[in-house]
Design a protein around this ligand. Sequence first.
Ligand SMILES: N[C@@H](CCC(=O)N[C@@H](CS)C(=O)NCC(=O)O)C(=O)O
Length: 206
Amino acid sequence: MLKIWGRLNSINVQKVLWCCAELKLKYERVDAGMQFGVNNTPEYLAMNPNGLVPTINDDGLILWESHAIVRYLSRKHGKGTLWPTDEKACADADRWMEWYSTTVWPNLRPVFWNLVRMAPDKRDMAAVEDGRKKLAANFDIVNRHLASRQYIAGGALTMGDIPMGVAVHRWFALPIERPAHPNLEAYYGRLKQRAGYKEFCALPLT
Ligand SMILES: N[C@@H](CCC(=O)N[C@@H](CS)C(=O)NCC(=O)O)C(=O)O
């Protein structure tokens, strides 16, 4: 059976668990990372030399990097749903996953870390404000993109929505000022109706 290592409050683990829920996959999950440890043991490092979560073992295939895992599971189990069969739609979904990594996450990370994981007296509020402004510009792009579609790559949920969806939850859940983005809010509302997103992603930030 598919085995997943990773703690539930990790944004990267959440992508994989939401993906599995959309694909209705059965799996065994092992808590790993932060207070659970495990990710610094020799056994874990032999699977994932980065010592980060998530890692999966699917029938002997050890895989790490959340987007590689989401792509792999989507391609294997979700052709025509999470993995669009139309090549152009598939490239479109993939493009937004890359954009999350190169553009959204570097801006979201300092906002999330300072406001959620750092003690108030240690927070770098200049970094929070810088990230917040850049995120507002990023989500303005997404807001305009969503004016003509329900999901990031068209009319149905694809793998492209998975990184975007976890980032959108943080954007709306963080105690920060946000410009009005009605299409993005409607998208967030649609995601929150999905059982897997509700169970694994739309959670209090810790
Ligand atoms: N690019 C990697 C990043 C993995 C990563 O940074 N994971 C974090 C959790 S979100 C981690 O393992 N932190 C150490 C820990 O939890 O102990 C991915 O997408 O999977």
